[in-house]
Design a protein. Structure first.
Length: 105
């Protein structure tokens, strides 16, 4: 992938930092062709033939225009946070979801 044009996430996204680090660890700096903010945008730019990308799994990505290759044994991670207003109202559904996340993750 080192010689291919890359579709990357914009600089101020967490995924950009992860992908830049992975490329450096693989021994190259990606040649940036385009940037996007969202996974689907990046996948669509790849589908338009504008480059290659590393993206998180998208359950229903349209594979008629792109080829998806799962990367295995990749040592990377991404933190996702859940936040809520400490003194704010939470509906029963939100409270239930929050409690589920706390209990299971």
């Amino acid at each position: 992938m080192a010689d291919e044009p890359f579709i990357l996430f914009k600089d101020d996204t967490a995924l950009r930092e992860v992908i830049d680090k992975l490329c450096v660890e693989a021994g190259f700096e990606p040649k940036v062709a385009f940037e996007g903010l969202e996974e689907r945008t990046v996948a669509d730019l790849v589908g338009a033939g504008l480059g290659v990308a590393l993206i998180p799994f998208i359950p229903d990505v349209n594979e008629s225009k792109i080829s998806v290759i799962r990367v295995r044994n990749l040592q990377c991670s991404r933190r996702i946070y859940m936040v809520w207003k400490a003194e704010g109202y939470m509906s029963p559904a939100v409270t239930s979801f929050k409690n589920f996340i706390i209990k299971n993750l």
